[in-house]
Design a protein around this ligand. Structure first.
Ligand code: SAM
Length: 240
């Protein structure tokens, strides 16, 4: 998978050089390229923003640098262009799974009051466009969203995780939050690991984990439960 990131703060994407992308790059699974949007400006001040038509506070990102940058990146071949925006589709594990099937993703990271709408409309006429929100809050820019989406997507790319099973058991994969997890020692500061986990009884452990996942989801995220089909035989009580 090739990932291009367009931003006015390329340094913000430095974490992509660290463990996640480093590991995936070593394995030849991803090719990450970060681009400074200002490279596609032509004035002395490398201007990327201007005042909004219609008035109002703040500045809007100008269409020309975005248009030229996207022309150049899309000339390399088809890609899904992800505009990070608080008015986009909420980012979920299902969206991450979908994006993990793409061969190329170009992230367009907004700043200021956002990007001139014509950029999104125009690129949508020649490429798949996704407008994605990290959540119902406003960040200063799209870089953190691009990092979060990249991390969630890349770990789903086949071959990235050493143990693919650990992916399927995670929160949101089956519509439930994950059960609580424990490791050694069996007793720590007077707190014991639930005895069933030491029993070696795999069926009992699986049943306990499923029960815990349902209880936790019911207590913390009841909104997720209607989507789950796993509830028929489990009594829902608040987490103790
Ligand atoms: N005026 C915009 C609005 O009210 O929707 C917010 C602009 S925000 C200050 C600047 C940029 O940060 C956005 O263009 C977007 O790229 C990014 N951003 C902010 N919040 C985000 C979120 N929740 N998810 C994804 N990107 C976000």
């Amino acid at each position: 998978m090739r990932i291009d990131v367009l931003t006015i703060f390329p340094d913000y994407l430095a974490p992509l050089e660290l463990s996640l992308a480093g590991k995936a790059r070593e394995k030849g699974l991803i090719d990450v390229r970060v681009h400074d949007l200002r490279a596609w400006t032509h004035d002395r001040h490398r201007t990327v923003d201007d005042t909004p038509y219609g008035g109002g506070a703040g500045m809007v990102m100008k269409p020309e640098p975005w248009g030229e940058a996207l022309d150049e990146l899309l000339a390399d071949g088809p890609a899904t262009v992800v505009f990070t925006t608080p008015s986009g589709q909420p980012f979920t594990q299902a969206v991450a799974r979908e994006l993990a099937t793409r061969e190329r993703i170009v992230f367009a990271c907004g700043r200021y009051e956002g990007i001139d709408q014509r950029v999104i409309d125009e690129v949508g006429s020649r490429a798949e466009v996704r407008e994605i929100s990290l959540g119902d809050y406003v960040l200063n820019g799209g870089e953190v969203a691009a990092l979060a989406v990249t991390e969630a997507v890349v770990r789903l790319v086949p071959g990235f995780m050493g143990n693919a099973e650990s992916l399927t058991e995670e929160s949101h994969e089956d519509g439930l939050l994950e059960y609580p997890v424990y490791t050694k020692p069996a007793s720590w500061r007077g707190l014991d690991v639930p005895p069933v986990l030491l029993s070696g009884d795999h069926a009992a452990i699986a049943a306990w984990r499923r029960d815990q996942a349902v209880r936790r989801t019911a207590a913390r995220r009841p909104d997720l439960l209607p989507a789950s089909t796993l509830l028929d035989d489990v009594e829902i009580r608040p987490v103790e």
